[in-house]
Design a binder for this molecule. Structure first.
Ligand SMILES: [Zn+2]
Ligand SMILES: [Zn+2]
Ligand SMILES: [Zn+2]
Ligand SMILES: [Zn+2]
Ligand SMILES: [Zn+2]
Length: 370
């Protein structure tokens, strides 16, 4: 201390400031060198800071002849603290961004992050690169589409688990995915309500006769289905006409009526025109024979009977010889039919159609592939 005191007392103010700045500069240089070379010499910075402070103490106490204790308190702390903190500031400014870009990022990608817990539950932070990671311990909240973290209480929604139109977890409904398997029929307005078997809602309401064949059959086959059957049949035939009516539905409706009811309907003119053909086609042979006795429909019924007889006859011919025994067909061969000239020009080339045939060796009947 005596040496330093002697040295300092010999300095003038300008030299002292120069010396003081030298100490500060040395600290700055060491900081920069440390950050560039990764040398862990940071503890030296405060030492140089303190050195500057010490010089200041000595100088001021000597020059101003102050009480040594007050001088130390005032002068040691203030410049030393200024120097230390500015050194740290510079160190931070230069060192941190580079360290982030280079060393930390490279180390983390090569060796993995170094996770450590933070003040927030479920959140960890990498001490090297500063990346955070949240990992909750979710548990399903029963009866709802939410999950809650058992550690921190954080709650979030999860997608609904749709089973048809209803969420099997929280019970929420949607207007999609209904499963229609129940029908309700109102006899008053002839409307069929299609009921979803999952949510119980009425999904659609239709006039019975606007329903598809399958739907009508489902409704009229429901036990206890109440409807005026005669009127149903008439309305059905009217609606569908002879070309588009559904055989299955007409059969089902016919089964619900007695022959007498059908006679009465025909006689009363309730089934007429094209609908008579529809009825005839759907009727069984027994009913057709009975219908032949009614003037209003006899022509239609007889035609239908003839048509069926012809079909029967042809079927029989294709299988049996005139003597009643089965045909004995030979090898298959191909025959060409001349379908006439192409287009209107008689001189144009003719169109031929091939068909496969087999001939019975006994009666000569030719079976043609259809
Ligand atoms: Zn990291
Ligand atoms: Zn959590
Ligand atoms: Zn749900
Ligand atoms: Zn539904
Ligand atoms: Zn034959």
């Amino acid at each position: 201390m005596n040496l330093i005191t002697q040295f300092l007392s010999g300095l003038n103010t300008a030299s002292y400031i120069l010396l003081y700045c030298g100490c500060f500069l040395l600290a700055v240089i060491i900081t920069i060198v440390c950050s560039k070379t990764k040398l862990k010499l940071y503890p030296l910075i405060p030492v140089f800071g303190l050195l500057g402070g010490m010089l200041a103490v000595g100088y001021v106490t000597i020059k101003l002849e102050l009480n040594a204790g007050i001088g130390i308190l005032f002068v040691l702390t203030i410049p030393a603290v200024i120097i230390i903190f500015s050194c740290f500031g510079i160190e931070k400014l230069i060192d941190k961004p580079k360290a982030l870009e280079k060393s930390a990022g490279v180390i983390c990608s090569a060796e993995g992050h170094q996770w450590e817990p933070t003040e927030y539950a479920c959140t960890t932070k990498c001490v090297r690169c500063g990346k955070t990671k949240v990992k909750h311990q979710f548990e399903e909240v029963s009866g709802s589409c939410e999950q809650k973290c058992s550690a921190c209480g954080y709650t979030e929604t999860v997608p609904h688990k749709w089973e048809g139109c209803k969420c099997s977890r929280c019970g929420q409904k949607r207007d999609k995915g209904h499963v229609v398997s129940d029908f309700k029929y109102s006899d008053d307005d002839r409307k069929v309500s299609f009921v979803c078997s999952i949510c119980g809602d009425v999904v659609e309401t239709k006039d019975l006769f606007d329903c598809s064949k399958k739907e009508i059959l489902s409704v009229i086959n429901v036990p206890g289905f109440q409807a005026d059957d005669e009127d149903m049949l008439c309305r059905y035939l009217e609606k569908k006409g002879s070309k588009t009516y559904s055989r299955g539905v007409t059969d089902a409706l016919l089964k619900r009526l007695t022959d007498t009811q059908i006679f009465d309907l025909v006689k009363a003119g309730k089934i007429k025109g094209q609908n008579q053909w529809a009825l005839a086609e759907a009727a069984d042979k027994e009913l057709l024979n009975k219908l032949c006795g009614i003037d209003e429909i006899s022509y239609v019924a007889q035609s239908e009977l003839r048509k069926r007889d012809n079909i029967e006859k042809e079927k029989h011919e294709r299988t049996f010889c005139p003597d009643g025994n089965p045909h004995e067909f030979g090898e298959e061969y191909t025959e060409q039919d001349d379908m006439g000239p192409k287009g209107d020009d008689d001189l144009a080339a003719h169109v031929y159609q091939e068909r496969k045939c087999r001939k019975c060796s006994k009666c000569g009947y030719v079976l043609t592939e259809r």
